[in-house]
Design a protein around this ligand. Structure first.
Ligand SMILES: C[S@@+](CC[C@H](N)C(=O)[O-])C[C@H]1O[C@@H](n2cnc3c(N)ncnc32)[C@H](O)[C@@H]1O
Length: 259
């Protein structure tokens, strides 16, 4: 599999949840809230990187978690950590935009955190959504993604106090390029991403067979407010760079399962 811009910086990325309070208190809080009760459920985490969310989903109660990432280096890291922690998570190297052998029809929930913005083309965006739909059980389920707010602020100061800066070529078109810098401890992580409108996301999801698609604005956890005060979060929440995209699919046509 090709080298990826995500092959390095594992240690810094793993630290980012602790070092960047918005990740824990806004992003993870909002994603896990949207996902809801996972007890007994089977979850596929697309674009799992070194397993940050796969582990969170498992410890939040999911009975089974499989993480998929196209970066074999990241899957190796995730497996090494699994060796130590033995959470029972399986990690598979694969392209989320294409059918992944053995994954279809197995899961109650599919997640993808910061993965859709790395689709370089509309076909890849649609492929990722199609993979999520196919992975769900024949009687349906949910795909919960944390993705870039199509209207994120490019004012360099907007997210700077949260450790993030976004730039994008303007005007933003479908698939136009953007760049994210993230300050984690002493390191700066730099990644390129692609801008997709709300309509492009919704089209890809509807084409894949998701019939109910909603955008959820993130919120701050009570703990985040208690620890950091509400003033810190005001700017971020006024125009967050992450939104939760919650998509539901009913039974496959012809699966014989009632709604
Ligand atoms: C920003 S990281 C997000 C990691 C993790 N979900 C998290 O939030 O901590 C994006 C990940 O998506 C993966 N990725 C991007 N495109 C992919 C694709 N087509 N198939 C599988 N993984 C992909 C990258 O390799 C990378 O590990």
């Amino acid at each position: 599999m090709a080298n990826s811009q995500f092959d390095t910086t594992v240690a810094a990325y793993e630290l980012s949840m602790a070092e960047m309070p918005f990740r824990e208190h806004i992003e993870a809080h909002s994603l896990l809230k949207a996902v809801g009760d996972l007890q007994g459920l089977s979850v596929l985490d697309l674009g799992c990187r070194s397993g940050l969310y796969a582990r969170r989903l498992r410890t939040a109660g999911a009975a089974q978690v499989i993480g998929v990432d196209e970066s074999e280096a990241m899957i190796d890291h995730a497996r090494q950590r699994e060796e130590q922690e033995k959470l029972g998570i399986r990690y598979v190297a694969g392209n989320a935009a294409e059918p992944i052998p053995g994954m279809d029809g197995q899961f109650d929930v599919v997640t993808a955190v910061y993965v859709l913005p790395y689709a370089p083309t509309k076909d890849v965006l649609e492929g990722m959504c199609a993979t999520a739909r196919r992975a769900l059980r024949p009687d349906g389920g949910r795909f919960v993604a944390a993705t870039l707010n199509p209207n994120f602020a490019t004012d360099p100061q907007w997210y700077r106090r949260y450790g993030v800066q976004l730039t994008a070529s303007e005007p933003r078109g479908e698939g136009s390029r953007g760049h994210l810098s993230a300050w984690v401890g002493q390191e700066v992580l730099e990644v390129d991403f692609f801008c997709w409108s709300a309509a492009a996301h919704e089209r890809a999801l509807h084409l894949a067979g998701f019939d109910r698609v909603s955008w959820i604005r993130p919120e701050v956890s009570d703990e985040g407010t208690k620890l950091h005060g509400s003033a810190l979060w005001r700017n971020y929440l006024a125009n967050p760079h992450v939104l939760i995209l919650d998509s539901m699919a009913g039974p496959y046509p012809g699966s014989g399962t009632a709604n």
